[in-house]
Each structure stands twice: as C-alpha cells, then as structure tokens.
Design a binder for this molecule. Sequence first.
Ligand code: F6R
Length: 612
Amino acid sequence: MCGIIGYTGHQSVQPLLIDGLRTLEYRGYDSSGISILSRGKLKTWKAAGKLDSLVGQLPAKPSSGSTGIGHTRWATHGAPTDENAHPHTNNDGAIAVVHNGIIENADALKQSLAPHNIAFASDTDTEVLAHLIALAPGNTLTERVRHTLLKVNGTYGLAVVDANEPGVVVVARNGSPVIIGHGDNEMFVASDMSALARHTREVSHLEDGEMAKLTTKGCEISAIDDRLLHRTGQRSTIIPEEISQQYDRGGYEHYLYREITDQSETVRRTLGGRIDRRFNTAHLGGLNLDARELINLGRIRILGCGSAYYAGGAGADMIESLARIPCSAEPAAEFRYRNPVIERDTLYIVVSQSGETFDTLAATREIKRKGGRVLGIVNGVGSTIAREVDGGIYMHAGPEMSVASTKAYTSMLTCFALLALHLARIRDLSPQRGGALIDALDALPDLIEGALATEEKVITIAEQYHRVNSLFFIGRASACATAHEGAQKLKEISYIHAESYPASELKHGPLALISPETPTVVILPDDDLFEKSFASLAEIKARQGPAIVVTQSTDDRLNTTADAVINVPASDPLLHPIIMGIPLQLFAYHCARLLKRDIDQPRNLAKSVTVE
Ligand code: F6R
C-alpha cells in the first residue's frame, strides 16, 4: 500500500525512479510523484492518476540529478488529486518527503505550526512532516528528521531529501516496510524488495524505530530515539533468486491471467522438496517445532485478511479433518481487537502473501507479546511477518503483481495441505493413507492443469452471466471457503455484486433473493456431503434461480438440474478447495474482461495493505 523508492549514486535518477515506481505501482495507483536533487535545487513533479500521467509531465530529456525519491499512492488522507500526491514539500520547496502509513497526530502537529504562517498545499497527513523537518533544529537532515519523528504518533515508512544536503537520502521506519539496497558507490531504498531486485541483491531491512542516512558511501543506521541502543553491524541479506528474476506479463494482457495460468508451476514450487516418501509425510523444516511439541497441541488458530483469511478457512478444515486437531480461522484484525485469550497449547498460524499486511502483523505481535507461538505461511521472502514469526512455511509462489490474489491463494492452500499431512502423520494417520495423500499431492500440478482446461466452458458461462447485477456463491463444509473466495474474486475485479454463504444457511434468509435474475454458483464437491449439497441446488432451482455448478461428480442429475456444470478433475477430497477454486478465478477474470475492467489494478484497492 503506497510504494516508496529512493536513490543516491552516479546514475541518472529520473528513469531509475520511474522504473521503480512501475514495479511498485501495484501497491497503490491513484497518484504518483518524484523529487530530484539537481545542481543544489530540488525539483518535484506529481500527478493524479496512473503512473503514465506523471510520465507525461516529465521533461523528455531526463533531469540531470542523481539523488531522488518517488512515491505511488493509495489514498488514506485526502482525495487522489495532484496536490495530495507525494512527494510533499515545505514552502520553499527545499525539503521533499514521501511517506507510507498514517500520521495520527497530524492535526495537532499542524496546529503547532500556526505561528509560522505556513500555507498547506494538500489535505494529507504527510505534508506537515516536510514543514516540521524544515523548521526543526539540527545541523544535518538526519538530526532534523529525528527531531521531527520524535513528535510523531503513527506509522511510517518514509524517505526525505533536502536541497541543502546533496547526495543524501534519509529514511525511517515505524510500521511500514523500508528496505535499503546496497550498490557499488550507490544506495537504493524501497518499500518492496521487487523494486530493488534489478539493481542489487544485497539489502538491509530497517526495523521499526530505526532510521538511516544513505549516501554514495553507504548507509548509517541508527535508532530514531538515539537514547536507545544503536544497531550493531549491518544485518544485510541477499534478495532470493525468485524475486531477482524479472516477472512480466509473459505476453498476456494482464498479470492476473498469467498468475492464474502459472499455477501448476507455482504449486510445483510450493511442493518442491517438501514431500517425504520415506515416512509418507511432508518435510517442513522451517516450522522449528519437533514432533514432541506438535503432538501436544490442543488447538490451532489461523489468522489472515481477505483472501488469506479465506485460505485459512479452507486450511482449518484440512487440518481438523485430517489431523483431528480443533482448528479455526478468523480475520486477523477482529482477532486482535477482541483482546484474545492466548492459550498455552494453541498454535497460531498467520497467513499472508505480502508478509506486510498491517492487521496480520499486529495480530502476530499481540500473540507473541502474550507469550503465544506463531507460525507464518508467507510468500514475501524476508518480509516483516516472515522475520517476526517463530517459524513457518514459505509459499515460493514468486512475486504476485496483480492486486487480486490467485496463485498465492492456491499456494496458501497447498501449504495447508502439507501442514495437515505433517500434523496428521504425527498423530494417527496411517503410513498407507499418508502415502495416498502424497500421491495426490504429487499429482496436484497436473490436476491444476486439468482445472485450467475448463476455461472454454467458463468463457461461455461468463458470456452468459457477466451482465447480471448480483450472484450468490454457496458451498458446504470444505466448499464454503471456496464459495467465499469465488465471490471475493468476482467482486474485486469485475465489480459485480456477489454474496457467499454456507449452503446450509441459504434457507435461513438469503433464499428470499433467489430469482431468475440472480444466479448462484454452487460449489458441489464429490464427497460425503454430495446429496446434502445437491439438495441446496434443488432448492435454488425450485425458485427458478439459475445455477452454475462446479463439481468433480458425473452424476446425471446435475446436467438436468443445473444451468451449467463445470467439471474439474477428481482428486483426494483434501485437495478439493485447491482445484475447485481455479474455475472461479477464471470466471471472475473473464467477467471482468468482458466488462472491460481494470483487471490488474481494480478501483479503490491496492496490494499489500500496510495501514490499519
Ligand atoms: C484479494 C486480496 C486481498 C488479500 C489481503 C491480504 O484478492 O488480494 O484480500 O488477500 O489484503 O493480503 P496478504 O495476503 O498480503 O496479507
């Protein structure tokens, strides 16, 4: 949410900043801007709208500077306008600030500036920082930023430049990611490793409460409150290969389509090295928990936001049904705000693609503060959540560029299937049943290919239904999470209203809305509950509701009852949520395409929600 980029070195900074913002644009795309230090002056350009609006304003011959900062915004305070775009500057334009986060005491800070007759140019909470830094005591930019930040309540990842200190970028972090890239006589900073990967592989993660001065000679990291201990040494890490590799649209019009169609490969990576045929279990070395600790678990609680929460719902079902450990999922923000009891024999699992989602991170910290043990299922290698959990499973799905999650969602479910198998084999799952599940997991990439092969059929259905005003998605037990995720994908990228329910809940209210104008997508797995789910389908048809069924079943009654049937490959029931989600992703994609939506960057949304 909001992307930050900064550089100081010997390269022409303008193309470098724009290139970085292009990579970061998925984090926010309502406005963007850059500030460049050139010949003792600071020049700032900013524009509402997508990055191309900014590019259209820039001089054809790049500005000569080699120090600068840039920002791509997802609005929190103030509408997406030119004025509210970052960087924000002080009145003489010498200081420029880019900021990700929320300054909670911005109003009080503004009032404290009343005697200085400052003309505020924007409605943002960020602008006050530029004025405060300009007026702060201190001989260096670092001192003035420090002095300012000690007055600030809230969250920030920020970068600051000052026309009076050429070649210097000051950065600071409290709650929003700031990653420093080390180059050869040049330094980079970004809110996301992917923006650094093409320049360097060596990075340092700033921790909350730290700031740094970047110059061509390197970086000096210190505590914002310098009464606290300074960091000793440089704790730099290497950007992993999977992020360094350029990830483009692969010739497709949309990242989302590439990410959907890549899923057999991404799941293969998630499974890589994790199948243990010797003991017919999953090998999950990163859990940092041995069998003796896992056998004593009384309960598992899964936390995440949005699609990660829905993946948690499916994961809870996998774990409880296979390993027979009570397991439930809850939205991370709701969990932390209800002052949860942290139980000694409970294992907490946080799920996050980015590894930076504020609410999931805050829940992680709250559990750890209360003495609980937290595992992470995370895609973002080296992300804040990945660094703060006690152990976990990396998804290895590679960068997910489209705002709507698809391949990461599928990899989350694959991680849960591995974890369920691992836990079940520690408990009472037989080696034979473990072996059968391993065969099923081995076949998963091919089964995903089979599910992707439903696309022709899905396109026909999307052509028929993309103009409806509203749809229902229903599923029973393990299919319920799939229904929630199917509705979520459709809403996000096509803007068609959709509601999801456990199938059993339909008759307790929503059935009143079933009509010939309101289709229902019925997730109907070929499992023990088939007849019960079929009864829900029959109830919909009895009220003339169009029904689209996703199933493995070849039961003849489906073709005569449903209006459309999408047949996915049969598999072990453990894997049903993985395979049955794929046609729903394709359905959302093709509805959105037919409606000419902005598929990779849907309105009002941003990837990686790093504010509360
Ligand atoms: C939906 C979607 C969001 C995210 C949610 C959590 O397609 O992408 O609902 O799932 O914002 O994000 P992460 O997984 O990065 O914590």
